[in-house]
Write a protein that binds this ligand. Structure first.
Ligand SMILES: C[S@@+](CC[C@H](N)C(=O)[O-])C[C@H]1O[C@@H](n2cnc3c(N)ncnc32)[C@H](O)[C@@H]1O
Length: 447
């Protein structure tokens, strides 16, 4: 992996010009702020009307249904209509903060491909690519590591529910592209600026089989969650209902009897008092795990999260400030910390899970300090240098994104087992070469 770091440092054109942050503007990370915005709210009346008519017709809805409607309703969902990322949006993410993040993830992908025996076909799959910044930085690394990837048939597969964001991704990543029909599984295809085939899907289940490296950055935290509260009568599900005194307001209520979700989703050993579970996240992880187990590959999942310790993390973000999740639905991002212990359980035994480890540990293990020094050496503009240093600090400082973000990986078991070969002697077996350590999850060995 150290070799890859050395190769990409040779290219001086790698300093992507960063959008300067407005003067005095402080980056407020999702879930890192402590007070709600007092600015006047613009509402999205169509979503609120849609939700209140639904609740009037069928009764209180689950938090998962509420989140799904608010975020991904095909007509007016938050993700469907908005570009919410960046300084002018509602929140900012690591790949948007610094190119180094994507470059190191790109090296991780190449490193896993090499450690898996350099299979001929390599599918790079990203779930929820946002503006396409992460995959853009990875593709630049792939281009620079052509000598390493030589002979591999690389293709790019993006799973994106938002027409608005997929349009931005196409403009950013593809030299040319064509759009498919509304009901086609592949709704856009094209060729990247570096000449690789690129495809867009609405669901990960539509991505073709084959050796794949799956990436999900701030994707799982956007998936709908069910919320449960432990009561004297057992687990009860939290629902969203119309406020009895204010018909255009919503409120949380506890369903009086067990629901299908409360009886099927909660593990019998659960000790917490309050729970958030995303069955949609569980199904996606199961799909990744089964594909990795059968076809080889790996998944790298990075998100705000915990290992089965946190309880009530459901939050809204608008204009870089905390926002009441039930207020003006459709105008703010909704998110909940990822429970990696649940993802591990859903992944099952067919794959090996690594982590979660902190973003700081992962990026340090990937050589972020060395990469920063390389970029600084080839950059003489004082503003860009300051941005690079500030970006790395944002990503790794424990008070900023360094400890809130966690990295988690799924790997094929064969990737970590030391192969045994038939020896010459009678029935004797001989060990093959030891497997390469998994980059990012073990300390970088500097040659
Ligand atoms: C919080 S943004 C993160 C964007 C990007 N990964 C980043 O870190 O900058 C979530 C992304 O997931 C997409 N998304 C949300 N729910 C989705 C779903 N159910 N299926 C596919 N994409 C989804 C959003 O449109 C958006 O691109």
């Amino acid at each position: 992996m150290w070799t890859f770091l050395k190769i990409i440092r040779l290219n001086r054109a790698t300093v992507r010009s960063l959008n300067p942050l407005p003067r005095g503007w402080t980056v407020v990370l999702r879930r890192s702020c402590s007070s709600a915005s007092s600015e006047s709210r613009v509402t999205n009346p169509s979503i609120l009307r849609h939700l209140t008519s639904k609740i009037t017709a069928t009764g209180a809805i689950t938090v998962a249904e509420y989140m799904r409607e608010v975020l991904t309703n095909p007509v007016s969902g938050y993700y469907v209509k908005n570009d919410m990322l960046g300084a002018d949006g509602d929140f900012i993410t690591s790949p948007e903060i610094s190119q180094i993040f994507g470059e190191l993830v790109g090296i991780w992908c190449v490193s896993e491909w090499v450690a898996s025996g350099k299979p001929k076909v390599l599918q790079l799959v990203e779930l929820g690519p946002g503006r396409g910044s992460l995959i853009g930085d990875i593709l630049r690394v792939f281009h620079q590591l052509q000598s390493v990837l030589h002979g591999a048939e690389v293709s790019v597969h993006l799973v994106e529910v938002s027409p608005k964001l997929s349009q931005l991704q196409a403009q950013c990543l593809a030299g040319e592209y064509t759009c498919g029909g509304e009901d086609e599984l592949v709704y856009r295809t094209g060729t990247t600026h570096t000449g690789l085939p690129i495809y867009w899907y609405r669901s990960v289940k539509d991505v073709p089989r084959g050796f794949s490296i799956f990436l999900a950055h701030e994707f799982f935290d956007a998936l709908p969650i069910h919320k449960f509260q432990r009561t004297e009568k057992g687990w009860r599900e939290v629902m969203v209902d119309i406020h009895p005194e204010e018909p255009d307001k919503l409120r949380f209520v506890l369903f009086p009897t067990p629901t299908l979700a409360s009886t099927t989703l909660i593990h019998e050993d659960e000790k917490r008092q309050h729970l958030e579970i995303s069955p949609e996240g569980g199904v996606i992880v199961q799909k990744l795990a089964s594909q990795i187990a059968e076809d080889g590959g790996a998944a790298l999942i990075a998100d705000y999260g915990h290992d089965g310790t946190k309880m009530d993390t459901f939050r809204g973000f608008r204009g870089h400030k905390l926002h009441d999740v039930l207020e003006a639905p459709g105008t703010a991002d909704l998110t909940a910390d990822v429970d990696f212990s649940y993802l591990r359980r859903m992944a099952g035994d067919a794959v090996v899970c690594m982590g979660p480890i902190t973003q700081r540990a992962f990026l340090k293990n990937m050589g972020i300090d060395a990469r920063l020094q390389v970029l600084l050496r080839s950059c003489h503009d004082a503003t860009t240098r300051a941005q690079l240093i500030h970006g790395c600090d944002m990503l790794t400082s424990p008070e900023k994104m360094g400890s809130r973000f966690q990295f988690f990986s799924l790997l094929a078991p064969s990737r970590l087992t030391q192969p045994w070969e038939e020896g010459e002697g009678l029935g004797r077996r001989r060990r093959g070469p030891a497997p390469l350590p998994v980059a990012g999850f073990s300390e970088l060995e500097v040659e």
